[in-house]
Design a binder for this molecule. Structure first.
Ligand code: SF4
Length: 464
């Protein structure tokens, strides 16, 4: 399917659709669960402050933490690799998989970011996603629409039809039976896979450990059944100590799904020891930069403090309307609107920071208090100064600025706007604006400029 270009084009295809409605329903449910889970804590704001301090400290000491992690993980028997960009990461993983034909994979956003699956498949390696949502996405030939719930945009009826079509099973929309079909297919994959690939929720510098958080247990199977485990680690996903990791874990599940803790928290410190009953013989950690160093050096560095809980997506009115596919890339919602142009450059992603009402809900719910609206404004300013905005908007903003800074000129403009709006107004409301402004009134009315401004009213009634 060819994608309409730009955020507005993609969004227009989703607004009002079944996909948009499914995203809205799911996101509202996540938001409610999050609120209930946080309400259990005596002082949720205290947890947020501690989590924020930990993540900002990690970013400030990233070089030292990565070096410590590398030493400790190597001492524990892991092999640590560094990849500067997506191509290098893909080359490293492909090299580690030489001779392999089947790979079991658990959820990893960074693998989506670097396009790992398609690279491995081009080399003849069969990659099977084992997270339920990712498995459905892969079967559908689709892309994830949410960072923790890849198929938030699908209904269970759609999943039932997909399974009937692709797996040849009898149609059902019963989640238990759908899960059973998935489990039956995937058990064989875990046992037959030459290697397992996983993401990493958090690495711990002090002990060289990897922490994976899942609800389905697939992460545990991917990292223990095959002989080789390859962990993909975005280089910012690191903390110093276990005490710090505990604070992040306490807030992650509550913010993401409203759970006190995810069902499985898997900790991996090196490969299988001789006395261990199972586990991989080799553990490789691929630490991926892919634009993160540039982000860290810039005005939006704080976005790297993100712990990928998805809470900002769930409360965002834009995300709830267009879903992840509207953003056209791996990281969607408010966090994606900052992270994507940072990691992948402004072309063609410069318009994502405009996919926000700047209502501030994202910052309010973020468990690490990332100042997303401030960064969105900075990126908008950058786009405007680089001349990326349409000519009509640039000219309009220049005119607006000239009028808004001069009271007499502003009063003239208001009177003119009131006069010009007369043909479009009914009982004080404008139902339909012409030209480029028509989008504003496509789904709501606009009040007609008042006959008397507030300043005039004040002068008249208070005599000031
Ligand atoms: S920016 Fe904050 S709210 Fe959004 S996904 Fe990251 S940690 Fe969660």
């Amino acid at each position: 399917m060819s994608q309409p270009v730009g955020f507005l084009g993609r969004a227009a295809a989703i607004v009002g659709s079944e996909e948009g409605a499914a995203v809205d329903r799911g996101a509202r449910q996540f938001t409610l669960s999050r609120s209930l889970a946080l309400a259990e804590l005596p002082i949720a704001d205290d947890l947020r402050k501690r989590a924020r301090a930990i993540r900002l400290r990690s970013l400030a000491n990233l070089d030292r933490l990565l070096s410590r992690f590398t030493d400790e993980a190597t001492a524990a028997g892991c092999r640590v690799h560094f990849a500067g960009d997506a191509d290098e990461a893909n080359r490293i993983v492909a090299g580690l998989l030489a001779g392999s034909t089947l790979v079991a994979k658990s959820k990893s956003m960074v693998s989506e970011e670097i396009g790992l699956n398609s690279h491995l498949e081009s080399l003849g390696i069969d990659v099977v996603e084992t997270d339920l949502g990712e498995y459905i996405t892969q079967l559908a030939g689709d892309t994830p629409s949410h960072i923790i719930a890849p198929v938030l945009h699908m209904t269970r009826q759609q999943v039932g039809r997909l399974f009937a079509d692709k797996l040849g099973v009898e149609y059902t929309d019963d989640p238990i039976r759908l899960n059973r079909h998935t489990r039956e297919t995937l058990r064989g994959v875990f046992l037959a896979a030459d290697a397992g690939i996983s993401g990493v929720n958090m690495a711990i510098a002090d002990t060289g450990s990897l922490v994976l958080v899942t609800n389905e247990g697939n992460g545990r199977l991917v990292t223990s059944a095959p002989k080789v485990h390859i962990a993909l680690l975005g280089m910012e996903r690191i903390v110093g100590s276990w005490d710090e990791a505990g604070v992040i874990l306490e807030t992650l599940a509550r913010s993401a799904t409203g759970q006190r803790l995810s069902v499985y928290t898997t900790v991996i410190t090196g490969p299988r020891r001789p006395q261990d009953p199972d586990g991989p013989d080799e553990v490789h950690v691929v630490i991926i930069d892919n634009g993160r160093s540039d982000v860290l050096a810039g005005e939006t560095a704080e976005i790297l403090a993100c712990i990928r809980c998805g809470a900002c997506l769930n409360v965002c009115p834009v995300f709830r309307t267009v879903g992840g596919h509207g953003y056209g890339t791996v990281y969607s919602g408010p966090v994606g609107a900052v992270l994507t142009p940072g990691l992948m450059g402004p072309d063609p992603w410069w318009d994502l920071p405009y996919a926000s009402t700047l209502c501030g809900a994202c910052e309010e719910v973020c468990p690490v208090g990332i100042r997303i609206p401030t960064m969105l404004l900075h990126l908008r300013e950058q786009a405007a100064s680089e001349g990326r905005l349409p000519g009509w908007l640039n000219r309009g903003m220049r005119l607006y600025t000239r009028a808004a800074v001069e009271p007499a000129r502003w009063a003239r403009l208001r009177r003119t706007a009131r006069r010009l709006s007369a043909p479009f107004s009914v009982r004080g409301w404008i139902r339909r604006l012409p030209g480029p402004a028509r989008g504003w009134t496509a789904s709501r009315d606009l009040p007609r400029p008042a006959k008397t401004s507030f300043a005039e009213w004040w002068r008249e009634h208070r005599g000031a």
